[in-house]
Design a protein around this ligand. Structure first.
Ligand SMILES: [Zn+2]
Length: 241
């Protein structure tokens, strides 16, 4: 469940993301009643086997066998804010009954990783870099996108808008270019070439934070919308540096 929205007195509209058929928006009727069998499964982040039926073109949840509630995320504000952000970006990306298996695997992988303590920032950065890649916006990180000069060990700039790394010379003319450290670039490269199964402590906090800043701006450009969860996430992480 990526999103829930109140609907009438006792119902909720759930946005589900499935491996097989992509996005489904289904009504969970009566789920706000305390005795409802759908109460527990009609919450954000719940993972399970949902059954549904279609009547007059509308989708209704009939039952659910919960696989995981991701309860740990609700008790940790950092991990919760990352989960909310991942859910919102994903929800804004997927289309009705359109399979997107790569994104589904990435999201599932990130949620299960977020169950571990201290996994918030590394999981967020992993998602940001992989999401950009899956969406077809993989930046060029090996050479300057303007003049083609090979990326130097340090002193590089980066612009998601322009599509990657820019050398210090060319960066003078590009407003969206922000400094990026050699370590941050190395980390991005590492994530792009890794299997989406291994999110580890991928780097030092500072590099991760640097990548987070660059990529989160980039993603708002890609999906062309402001994200509510991004502002919340920024408030949580800003105090750590
Ligand atoms: Zn250049």
């Amino acid at each position: 469940v990526l999103r829930t929205a109140d609907y009438r007195d006792n119902d909720k509209m759930l946005t589900l993301f499935s491996r097989e058929i992509g996005r489904i928006d289904a009504l969970s009727r009566g789920c706000k009643k305390t005795k409802s069998s759908l109460l527990a499964c009609s919450q954000p982040f719940i993972c399970g086997m949902y059954s549904y039926y279609i009547r007059q073109g509308k989708y209704y949840i009939s039952q659910c066998e919960i696989t995981d509630t991701f309860y740990a995320l609700r008790e940790d504000v950092e991990r919760f804010s990352v989960a909310a952000y991942i859910a919102e970006v994903t929800e804004k990306t997927i289309n009705h009954e359109e399979q997107n298996e790569k994104l589904f695997s990435l999201v599932a992988n990130c949620f299960f990783t977020l169950k571990r303590e201290n996994s918030a920032l590394s999981t967020l950065v992993f998602y940001l870099v992989k999401y950009t890649d899956i969406s077809g916006y993989r930046p060029n990180i090996y050479s300057c996108i303007k003049c083609g000069k090979k990326t130097a060990k340090s002193g590089n700039y980066f612009s998601g808008k322009e599509g990657g790394v820019i050398c210090s010379e060319c960066a003078k003319d590009i407003q969206s270019a922000k400094k990026i450290s050699g370590d941050a670039l190395k980390t991005i490269h590492g994530i792009l070439s890794s299997q989406s199964k291994d999110i580890k402590e991928i780097a030092e906090y500072e590099y991760l934070y640097e990548i987070k800043e660059i990529y989160m701006k980039n993603i708002e450009d890609i999906i062309e919308r402001k994200l509510y969860s991004a502002a919340f996430l920024d408030r949580i992480f800003i105090n750590k540096l």
